[in-house]
Design a protein around this ligand. Structure first.
Ligand SMILES: C[S@@+](CC[C@H](N)C(=O)[O-])C[C@H]1O[C@@H](n2cnc3c(N)ncnc32)[C@H](O)[C@@H]1O
Length: 397
């Protein structure tokens, strides 16, 4: 394999935007790829995958190449050396010594925080919370590339029919045993341009995330509130499980996300949805005792989804995690009022930290055991193959 200068420049440009302008990796890659419509599928894949890989292995690459902060060319050079791609004779790679890189590679692999490319504070936090064995296992899995998983929109098509439809245009997928609507792509590719996506036949949604809506045990005809709906990944799934019957109120503190949700709902043929921007605690108060089911898919560290968002490792901070934990507890305590007595809620995160998951639920039940009852919980661990998620089902007495 050969490194082409225009592709190398695109990768370095993407890395600068991610690390220096604090932009999300997926958005940056989308932008960089748009700059040159002439790049073919292979070039685009190279830019996207190499950028993600260097973001994932940033600390390790910086260490073995001894690159100065911000020297993304050196990181790319180190990546080439590790992938046995001959280093071109470019000025940008001057100062890189292949033999020394290999020596440091061997040495650094012995130290977990370098081998797994993780900030010191996060490595300590993970080990303290999960114990050494579990943390090592999950950390390793979190550095793997994520599968691309689709959820067939059963308001329009079954998973089997979707599989046939995609196969007609040479997109191979496998059905997933534990996920009745799930299909995993045999080969990573952009499926958003496919007519089946434009028709609303599917959404891209990790398999572990597809556990959450069924965990809420919704039924057609119920009144359901999705209180942290965002752009509605799980809202759309709830609507499909409810066969468009009953009512879903999707809420969020970010109006633009709800607008995006409306667009997705139109495409998916969802007709039992209302969105409500949360202006203040009054918005919650007005819905007192009104819901049969409530989803609290709360903001979290996102530590369970590092496979697809590796840049989060470098952007998270202990302060952010503390703040988000306070917000999680506030949402659990204040939003349960929207449930009718006998109603049920799911508290979920895409984190693997007990302090954001079972510990929050335990603290809530200890304090409010007179009003709420813990029913069951489920973990999806990154080491099991898909993203890391946690969900707990809680009943209002
Ligand atoms: C994990 S994301 C939700 C993802 C979404 N449920 C999905 O499946 O695509 C958490 C959401 O909570 C929202 N949020 C933050 N603070 C909130 C609050 N106080 N009340 C309700 N939602 C909040 C965020 O804007 C974000 O969209």
């Amino acid at each position: 394999m050969k490194l082409y200068v225009n592709l190398a420049r695109a990768v370095v440009q993407a890395l600068e935007m991610i690390f220096e302008n604090d932009k999300y990796a997926d958005k940056v890659i989308e932008k960089v790829l748009k700059q040159n419509p002439k790049w073919g599928a292979r070039d685009r894949r190279f830019i996207a995958e190499t950028t993600y890989d260097i973001v994932r292995w940033y600390r390790f690459l910086q260490n073995i190449t001894e690159a100065e902060e911000g020297d993304y060319w050196k990181l790319l050079g180190g990546w080439c050396v590790l992938h046995n791609i001959p280093l071109p004779d470019w000025d940008e790679f001057k100062g890189l010594n292949e033999k020394r890189i290999h020596e440091r590679d061997m040495k650094m692999r012995a130290i977990r925080r370098f081998r797994e490319s993780i900030p010191d504070w996060l490595d300590s936090l993970g080990e303290t919370e999960l114990g050494e064995r579990r943390w090592e296992e999950e950390l390793k899995a979190l550095n793997e590339e994520a599968y691309v998983v689709l959820r067939a929109n059963t308001l329009k098509i079954s998973a089997e029919d979707l599989q046939r439809e995609l196969a007609d245009s040479d997109i191979e997928t496998d059905l997933l045993e534990d996920f009745p609507e799930g299909l995993v792509l045999a080969e990573r590719q952009n499926v958003f341009r496919h007519p089946a996506f434009k028709e609303g036949f599917f959404e891209v949604q990790d398999a572990a995330s597809q556990f959450i809506a069924p965990f809420l045990r919704v039924e057609p005809g119920m009144r359901v509130i999705d209180a942290c709906a965002g752009a509605g990944g799980k809202t759309l799934h709830l609507a499909a499980l409810m066969k468009n019957k009953g009512r879903i109120i999707a809420m969020d503190v970010e109006a633009w996300k709800l607008e995006e949700l409306q667009k997705r709902a139109r495409r998916a043929g969802v007709s039992n949805l209302e969105t409500r921007f949360i202006e203040s605690s009054k918005t919650i108060k007005r819905l007192d005792n009104s819901a049969d089911r409530l989803l609290l898919d709360v903001p979290c560290s996102g530590l369970g989804v590092l496979k697809r968002n590796p840049d989060a490792k470098w952007k998270l901070s202990p302060q952010f995690i503390d703040e988000v934990k306070t917000l999680q507890l506030h949402i659990l305590e204040d939003y349960g009022t929207m449930l009718k007595p006998g109603g049920m809620m799911v508290y979920s995160t895409c984190s693997i930290l007990p302090s954001e998951n079972e510990k929050q639920v335990e603290a809530f039940i200890t304090k409010h055991g007179d009003k709420y009852e813990f029913v069951e919980q489920k973990h999806s661990w990154p080491s099991e193959g898909f993203d890391g998620f946690y969900m707990a089902l809680i009943k209002k007495k």
